[in-house]
Design a protein around this ligand. Structure first.
Ligand code: UN1
Length: 510
């Protein structure tokens, strides 16, 4: 009988994954940036940070690479993204696992995130033959008017810990087919997955053959390194995902130098459960979108408006699901709620729950789950908070698994409360009543960038444009015509006559 193999320690597994994914050892050992896994709280790497001088040089290389890349035909640029998609398919299991170990996502969500990268690559490959401009009616005889779309320049990407790899790909896959180069500053909490993605992308570049060096840059470090990207005039477009507070700093700086901003900031997403809702389906949808990813998606469901007539049929069942859901190490089978990213997230959650209690709310769950990993691992029971009115901490985004529930009796009130917060990312209504559904989707309904019927607010597909309004920042990424943000539009008028008619009938005879 062979002896049972001892399970790998987390740090060893991280090291083996990085090696298999092609990350050089020197990049994640001996550096200044300490990386902790939220799964156990243990230190798993010491990443070498990028200096400000190196960051400027990386941007410079990307700028030079852009000048070559913009001349490569778009379908050929698409070939690089096709190869990237192939490399991601080959690396899916390892990269998904690394997302689990570095960001704490349960395995199905880690793998799902890599799938989202593959999906956007497929989308972008098709797009590389569809960067269409219009031919427009001109008021002048024997003239032609058209618009052409040209590459823009270096596209900066600043991403957050909660989607450590997918957010880069939504931006990079589009930017690359659009003829831009890309410089990425990932969250300082998740540099390992970024290093792995960079290594994967380098393999795609090598297979492609003649992609200009410096086309894809990576800056690792704290906020000051991100600021280099924000301030550099050679970066005409910057896509930043993170908190509204971050957006408030970055947005004006970009505006001051007339750079284009794609901002994906906070969400305080809500759903309305109406009297006709299919309650079984609604319950499952709420569970995933409120507790999934331990409440750390920008699209997480945070506010629930439940009609009086179904409140008692739904909310006690929901409280039961909250009480029973398996919280724990995401490596263990059956876990649905993994760790919070760090102590600050835990403290923010406890603060919001304390404020809720002060205003008389009933709080189910929310306490720390002890005994998993070290003292630096933060596991919590997801919290369900029954509020008397739509007031207090519910009005702000707390990046943790808290679902606030409020009763309503008129849909007018529910829609008004729904829209009465700063953020405007994603939203849902649960109803079988077509009048209610259409009203919610109408100009007088949800004010968010994403509005759904009978599915939760999180877990969007890449085919649609992703982003939101108000304090969410207004940016759009991924599908539909989001690509237009990564290019500049030129309107061209061509005169093939022998006359020179002026627009608007103006005469100017010399
Ligand atoms: C984010 O949390 O930053 O719709 C993005 C979703 C995912 C993306 C979330 N496709 O939940």
């Amino acid at each position: 009988m062979s002896e049972a193999q001892a399970p790998l320690s987390l740090a060893t597994e991280v090291e083996q994954l990085l090696q298999r994914l092609g990350v050089p050892r020197g990049a994640h050992t001996g550096g200044e940036l300490t990386v902790r896994s939220p799964v156990t709280g243990e230190v798993v790497a010491q990443v070498r940070q990028t200096s400000a001088t190196e960051a400027a040089a990386t941007i410079g290389h990307a700028h030079e690479a852009f000048k070559a890349w913009r001349g490569v035909p778009a379908p050929r640029r698409g070939e690089l993204v096709r190869l990237l998609g192939e490399e991601l398919r080959a690396a899916k299991a390892d990269l998904g696992r690394l997302v689990t170990l570095e960001a704490g996502k349960i395995p199905t969500e880690g793998a799902g995130e890599v799938q989202e990268m593959i999906d956007i690559c497929d989308f972008a490959v098709g797009l590389s033959r569809q960067l269409y401009g219009l031919t427009l009616a001109t008021e002048r005889a024997e003239h032609r008017m058209m618009e052409t779309w040209h590459p823009l320049g270096v596209c900066g990407v600043i991403s957050a810990f909660n989607f450590p790899v997918a957010v880069w790909s939504w931006n990079a896959a589009l930017a690359l087919v659009c003829g831009d180069s890309v410089v990425w500053k990932p969250s300082e909490k998740t540099p390992l997955t970024a290093l792995a993605v960079h290594a994967i992308a380098q393999r795609a570049m090598a297979r492609f053959g003649d992609a200009p060096e410096g086309l894809l840059g990576l800056l690792l470090g704290q906020r000051d390194i991100g600021e280099v990207l924000v301030d550099d005039h050679r970066v005409p477009i910057l896509s930043a995902t993170g908190s509204t507070a971050m957006g408030r700093q970055v947005g004006p700086k970009l505006a001051a130098r007339f750079a284009r901003a794609i901002l994906e900031l906070g969400g305080n997403n809500a759903a309305i459960v109406t009297p006709s809702a299919d309650l079984d389906l609604t319950l499952r949808a709420i569970a995933f979108s409120a507790m999934g990813t331990a409440g750390q998606r920008c699209t997480t469901l945070r506010r629930l408006f439940v009609h009086d007539s179904v409140y008692d049929a739904l909310v006690p069942k929901l409280a039961k699901v909250y009480g029973n859901v398996q919280v724990g190490d995401p490596r263990e089978a059956g876990t649905l709620v993994g760790p919070l990213i760090d102590r600050a997230a835990f403290d923010g959650m406890q603060k919001a729950l304390g404020e809720s209690r002060e205003i008389g709310a009933t709080v189910h769950g929310g306490q720390r789950v002890e005994g998993i990993g070290t003292k630096d691992a933060f596991y919590v029971r997801p919290a369900l908070v029954e509020l008397k009115s739509h007031d207090g901490p519910v009005l702000r985004e707390t990046f943790a698994p808290i679902l606030y529930v409020v009763r309503y009796s008129s849909l007018d009130d529910a829609i008004e409360w729904h829209n009465a917060v700063g953020a405007g990312l994603s939203s849902s209504i649960f109803t079988l009543n077509v009048r209610e559904a259409e009203r919610f989707l109408s100009s007088a309904g949800s004010d968010c960038g994403i509005a759904n019927v009978n599915i939760g607010p999180s877990g969007a597909e890449i085919g649609g444009a992703f982003g939101g309004e108000k304090e969410t920042g207004g940016g759009r990424e991924a599908g539909s015509d989001s690509w237009k943000a990564y290019m500049r539009r030129a309107t061209n008028t061509i005169n093939y006559s022998t006359a020179l008619p002026l627009a608007q009938g103006v005469t100017f005879d010399i």
